[in-house]
Design a protein around this ligand. Structure first.
Ligand SMILES: Cc1cc2nc3c(=O)[nH]c(=O)nc-3n(C[C@H](O)[C@H](O)[C@H](O)COP(=O)(O)OP(=O)(O)OC[C@H]3O[C@@H](n4cnc5c(N)ncnc54)[C@H](O)[C@@H]3O)c2cc1C
Length: 364
């Protein structure tokens, strides 16, 4: 049996960021991942947007960690030569009826201390983005995009520089709590004994919490999977900003995002699913078209299916806002088990601040 000090389950952007942060302070940190490389699930299937923090309720962890994470991520990208672009974004009101929601969003962003927010009128919208249809917009200067693959690669190499290990093809299948340690069994029959155990398993975080012994339903920690699909087009060019509609209660809406090659993507939509299936069909194409053509002229045939990702959400179909859950579980009888659940958007933006939060929890 292998003995380790800190065992992190999952090499998505969160597990890798936690690995980097903890390996700066703790000895003998190991990240285990069931796949053959990092980021095969949600972390490589998202919009790659560095969010500003305008959407989340004041004083929520999402608001705090998004704001902190936004700055940390730009700094990290600059320091380590990871490609990024601070494009800014415009949330558009496409009719007079949407104006109150735009004002509410600006006020909420202001409460969260998001800087530089400004309502712009139709002529300024047209000047900044001549192809966009809007009666007014909310300009959000601190949003941008980042190369997520390069980010994860750097987080992995920085962890390894601090003598942490990332081990692939290691699927956790059972966890047993001893008096002071956790015995973790893998599908390849290896067994590790860990002093500190950290759940960064993304879509499978509920399975890990249950393996430890936590009653997820009783504790209101059921995870819902919410799929988001993308379409892309080669017909629209020369867009400079990310363009967002007014958000819904479960997502920030089918937005126009840019990749680092300046290609346009639309999405993601949001549909709760039971199965982990990354295939996409044209079932929602019409809905995409209707949403997108509200803010930009496009022909339906120029929308091409792209890819999709699945969010791990604590917020079920009929629920209100749910925050990130990041907790040391002594209260439930599992000391030195740090449980991260429901790390949906803005998890990518907040990866470095989430990692600092875990470090802070372990240092108190
Ligand atoms: C469609 C979509 C768009 C999004 N857009 C944005 C955005 O623009 N900006 C933003 O900030 N956030 C965005 N997000 C959210 C962001 O992508 C996530 O918050 C983040 O990627 C979560 O990372 P993670 O490491 O928790 O999960 P994952 O990347 O899923 O990593 C978890 C890892 O744990 C591993 N694992 C699970 N179970 C086991 C086990 N038993 N044993 C070993 N390993 C295991 C998995 O294989 C996986 O690699 C988006 C999400 C989606 C789905």
């Amino acid at each position: 049996m292998e003995k380790v000090n800190v065992l992190i389950i999952g090499a998505g952007v969160i597990g890798l960021a936690v690995g980097k942060a903890l390996s700066e302070e703790f000895e003998d940190v190991v990240i285990v991942e069931q796949e053959k490389s990092f980021g095969r699930h949600t972390s490589s299937r998202n919009s790659e947007v560095i969010h500003s923090g305008i959407y989340y309720p004041q004083n929520s962890l999402k608001a705090k960690l998004c704001l902190e994470g936004n700055e940390m991520l730009y700094d990290f990208a600059k320091t380590h030569n990871i490609t990024y672009k601070k494009t800014g974004k415009i949330v558009v009101a496409t009719s007079e009826e949407e104006l109150p929601s735009l004002i509410d969003l600006k006020e909420n962003g202001g409460k969260n201390n998001v800087s530089g927010l400004r309502i712009i009128d139709e002529s300024e919208c047209n000047k900044l983005e001549p192809q966009i249809l809007a009666v007014k917009g909310l300009l959000v200067p601190s949003s941008g995009i980042i190369d997520t693959h390069k980010l994860m690669q750097k987080l992995e190499s920085e962890s390894e520089k601090n003598d942490a290990f990332v081990v692939y093809d290691m699927k956790v299948i059972s966890i047993q709590k001893n008096e002071k340690t956790y015995i973790v069994e893998f599908s390849n029959e290896e067994i590790f004994e860990a002093n500190i155990l950290i759940n960064c398993a993304g879509l499978f975080c509920e399975d890990i919490a249950k393996m430890v012994g936590i009653e997820t339903i009783e504790n209101n920690l059921k995870i819902y999977w919410c799929k988001g699909e993308y379409y892309k087009t080669t017909k629209i060019k020369n867009i400079e900003h990310l363009i967002y509609p007014i958000p819904s209660s479960i997502s920030c809406g089918i937005h126009l995002s840019l990749n680092l090659a300046d290609e346009c993507r639309f999405g993601p939509n949001a549909n709760y699913v039971d199965k982990l299936n990354y295939a996409i069909t044209d079932k929602y194409k019409k809905k995409f078209f209707v949403s997108v053509k509200k803010y930009i002229e496009i022909d339906e045939e120029n929308l091409n299916m792209d890819d999709c990702g699945i969010r791990a959400k604590l917020q079920g179909p009929n629920d209100n806002f749910r925050d990130f859950y990041i907790k040391e579980e002594t209260e439930k009888g599992y000391s030195n088990f740090i449980n991260l659940m429901g790390i949906d958007s803005p998890g990518l933006t907040a990866c470095l601040s989430i990692a600092e939060e875990v470090k802070r929890i372990l240092s108190t």
